[in-house]
Write a protein that binds this ligand. Structure first.
Ligand SMILES: Nc1ncnc2c1ncn2[C@@H]1O[C@H](COP(=O)(O)OP(=O)(O)OP(=O)(O)O)[C@@H](O)[C@H]1O
Ligand SMILES: [Mg+2]
Length: 378
């Protein structure tokens, strides 16, 4: 038997929530962190772009990279059980993480400063595709290797992805982009202590560079050359940390949670397959925002009883018919989703598949997170 999510949560050192856009990665990350901290594990949740209200509920400022301890009284004030170990939250600020990485790891103080001030650096650090994923990993590396205030568990939220591998491959893509052949070509004049502009106007200059310089101006290209030169000396560090993170992701105490919805169960299966084929441990597949079964719990168990109950309560026959029709539709949808989850269960080799019901409201506060947590852990 594969361990269930409760057993895994007692031993995992790192939980990574992955999945397509808008399926509940950020909310689930927070709910998982709360559960772990209630069990006495020192936990940090690193969120990416949380909705403003959720960030507020977690006590996070608008922009960040600041670790904030969540006050246990925020839970007790809502009548919720507080964490029994320190629980903190942090919002990934990509630009600041780039700055921290450059500041901490750049070997040359003067070139480091020029890099930080390069106009293209600012654009690159925030706009480059994959930058978010890469910086999430840099942050994960930093947090997991820190010696002061060590953490038992880091829960990592991730940006929306079309494929599970997007997240895993982004760091290497970025490093390669900064360190590829074209980059080296641009950098040659720096190594030869010539001016880049001279190189650009050399008869032998590439058609590509001549073409783009017509549109972008040589000043921009000079900035680009300087930007790439600025990164020289950092690549070994980039690669070493990327390798350390690769090992961390493959560790048997690192759990991936695949988030999706019942309607996107195929995508969930694809994420599961791509992670599993890399020998990464998927601890759970969550189909969030499932249609709640309207007949579950206290309500009347069959349509005829519901019809009678509505009329007894003073509803007109028309109203009763309409309510029963909608309720039946929901019940049918819920049954179809349970059946889909069952098929998925058969396909994911014993990985727990958890259906979490859609709530009437967004998950934007501790009470909403508590409902989500219950859906995940029972
Ligand atoms: N079970 C649920 N019931 C109701 N609303 C939910 C549920 N789970 C998540 N939500 C809401 O759905 C929206 C998306 O959730 P969330 O931000 O956690 O998803 P995400 O996967 O992180 O999204 P993104 O890919 O944009 O980062 C939010 O408004 C959240 O409050
Ligand atoms: Mg999110």
């Amino acid at each position: 038997m594969r361990p269930n999510v409760n057993q895994r949560l007692a031993i995992a050192r790192c939980v990574i929530c992955v999945g397509p856009g808008g399926v509940g990665k950020t909310s689930t990350s927070a709910a998982v962190a709360i559960e772990a901290a209630r069990r006495g594990r020192r936990t940090l949740v690193l969120t990416i772009d949380p909705a403003k209200r959720l960030a507020n509920a977690l006590g996070l400022p608008e922009i960040g990279n600041e670790e904030r301890l969540i006050d246990p009284s925020a839970f007790t004030r809502q009548g919720l059980a507080p964490p029994t170990a320190p629980l903190s939250a942090m919002m990934l600020d990509i630009k600041r993480t780039w700055d921290e990485v450059v500041t901490r790891h750049h070997p040359d103080p003067e070139r480091r400063q020029r890099l930080l001030e390069n106009p293209l650096y600012v654009a690159m650090s925030t706009a480059l595709a994959g930058s978010q994923e890469y910086m999430a990993m840099e942050k994960l590396h930093e947090l997991s290797s820190r010696t002061h205030d060590p953490l038992d568990l880091i829960v990592l939220d991730t940006p929306p992805a079309n494929h599970a591998v997007d997240f895993l491959e982004a760091p290497n893509k970025i490093i390669d982009a900064l360190d590829n052949d074209a980059t080296r070509w641009l950098l040659e004049p720096y190594h030869q202590k010539k001016k880049l502009t001279k190189k650009l106007f050399d008869a032998g200059s590439s058609f590509f560079i001549r073409t783009i310089s017509r549109f972008t101006g040589t000043e921009l290209l000079t900035d680009l050359g300087e930007l790439l030169a600025g990164f020289q000396g950092m690549f070994d560090g980039f690669r070493a940390r990327a390798e350390a993170v690769r090992k961390l992701l493959a560790a048997d105490t690192t759990d991936f949670w695949v988030l999706s919805t019942p309607l996107q169960a195929d995508e969930a299966q694809d994420f599961w397959a791509r992670l599993s084929e890399r020998d990464l441990l998927v601890a759970a597949v969550v189909l969030n925002r499932a249609t709640p079964d309207p007949y579950d719990g206290a309500g009347p168990a069959d349509p005829a009883a519901l019809l009678a109950a509505i009329q007894r309560a003073g509803g007109s026959p028309e109203l009763a018919q309409r309510v029963v029709a909608v309720t039946q539709q929901m019940a049918t949808q819920a049954a179809a989703e349970r059946a889909r989850a069952e098929v998925l269960r058969g396909a994911v080799a014993g990985t727990p598949v958890i259906l979490v019901p859609q709530r009437p409201e967004d998950v934007h506060d501790l009470v909403g997170l508590e409902a989500l947590r219950q859906g995940l852990f029972g």
